[in-house]
Every structure is written in C-alpha cells, then in structure tokens.
Design a protein around this ligand. Sequence first.
Ligand code: F6P
Length: 309
Amino acid sequence: MTRLAVLTSGGDAPGMNAAIWAVTAAARQRGWDVLGVREGYIGLVAGDAVPVDEPEALRFARYGGTWLGTGRLPDFADRVPDVVDALRRIGADTVVVIGGGGSLAGAALLVRAGVMVAGIPATIDNDVAGSEYALGHDTALNTGVMMADRIRDTAEALPRLFALETLGGDTGFIAQSLALMCGADVLLVPERPVDLDQAAEQARAGVAARRYALIVASEGVPDLDRRLAELAGRLGTRLRFSRLGHAQRGGTPTARDRVMARAFAAAAVDALAEGQSGWTALREGRVTVLPLPPPAAVRPLPDPEPISV
Ligand code: F6P
C-alpha cells in the first residue's frame, strides 16, 4: 500500500494548511496512508512524522501558517541519504513537498536519489520561476490592500507622505501588484534601480492632486530607509513609514489560495498515482505537472502589467 509523507518547507504561507488537507483527502480517496512530517526537511531527515487523517487536516485548513511546522535546512543536499533511510524506517514511498523555489530544488535531489516526489509551489513572494502562482500570494496581497486602505483613511484626514513596506524577499511581486491595486503614486522594487528624480516627481503629483502621496516599497530595495528619507527631504514633507513585516505572512487563506491549494494537490497526487514525480505549476491559467526542479533563473517581474494574482 502507498504511504505518502507530506511536508511544508521554507517560509510558511497561507494556503499550506489547505494544501495539506487537499493532499490528504486526495490520497485517502485512493486508499493511501498519509504521514505528516514535522518542520519540513528537518523532520524528513529525522523521520519525524505522524499519521494524518482527513478530518484532522480539514480542521486546520482554514488557518494561516502550517500546523506541521516548517523549517529551513541549508545543508539538505548532504542529508539526502539520511532522508532515504528515514523514509524506509517510516515506511513512506512517496513524498509531497509544499514550499518555495529552494524547497522544490531540494525535492529534485530526492527524485535523483530514487524517491517519488511531487512538489507544490507555496510562497507569499510568488517568485517560483515557471509558475504564474504560488500559494499564499493572494492572501498576502489582500493583507497589503487592507493596510494600504487604512493608510489612505488617515492620509485623507491628515495628509502627508506615506510609505508602506511589503515582504517579498529580494523580489517585488507583492509590492508591484499591491501598488497597482491600491493606486500607489510610487513603486520601489529590488528588480529596478531606484530613480529618486522620478519618484519625487510622482510623489509631488500625488501631493498636488490630494495633498498626500503613497509609496509602496518591497523590503529588498537596497538602502530603503535612506532613500525614503531623501525623498521626503526633496519634497520638504514629513514621511510616515509602515512596515507590514511578518504580519503579511499570516492570516486566513483567501478563497483563491484554497482553490489553488486543491487544484495543485489534486494534480500532485494524480501524478504520483501515475508513477510520475514532478511539481505543479500554473501556466497560462492551467495547472500542469512539470519535471523537478523549477528553473533556477530568477522569475522576471512583469513590466508593468499584468498584476501577478
Ligand atoms: O517566505 C518568503 C518570506 O516571507 C519573504 O517575503 C521574507 O523576506 C522572508 O520569507 C522572511 O524569512 P524569515 O521568516 O526566515 O525571516
């Protein structure tokens, strides 16, 4: 009988719990046993896994984070033989890895060692090359929109220069989509050099139109604090800065993240049932299974449309 081990790896993302549930439901439907691995690859190396049943997984599906826990294991490449031993010990013959680009690259090492693995892209940054979507991005964007709306409330009441910093690591997918959706005056992302003259002009136009301007910036922009201070200096205005930080990574997964979790999970389990390893990607709006790993190249930021949701 097939025994599937499911794990979440890297930075947690809303929708991971929904994916654990959907993987469990699809596997159980086929009569497979499911084990939940604790703390990502750290637990996989140690064989730290617990049986998961569908009702239990469903209970957590509506929450952000991941109830299995997650982890980052930089020397995973050296630990693959330990994983093969651990899988033998716990009697698991297939693995589902839910995580970002680094985690899916780790999954490819397992495939090379002869393990059947399906990967599901999940990272709020939505930066997995080769897929238009990764779980968690939509929820993180919705959190950003909610906060930008609140900043506008106060900005309209007491106009000044406002900056909102998003998560995103060294990519600007969250910031770009958020800026487009909330009509920010200025967008700063790590992929493009900061042009302070242009930013000052855009901010000035915002202030001229409504007495305040909103800047959306991704955390990976080099020297962001200094550049924002310089911008405020040029406009001769006080700047109020808000950082979304890790609050942006939590929260109830949106319907889109839950729908995508189910779609990715169904395709992942189908592939494993057909004896195929791979990872599930969204391509031109359709879920497809591609060979592991995802391309190593950095996912390019679209310029300036479409919005990456
Ligand atoms: O998972 C992606 C991400 O949330 C990035 O947006 C962020 O820069 C990073 O992880 C934070 O990582 P950590 O939780 O390890 O500080």
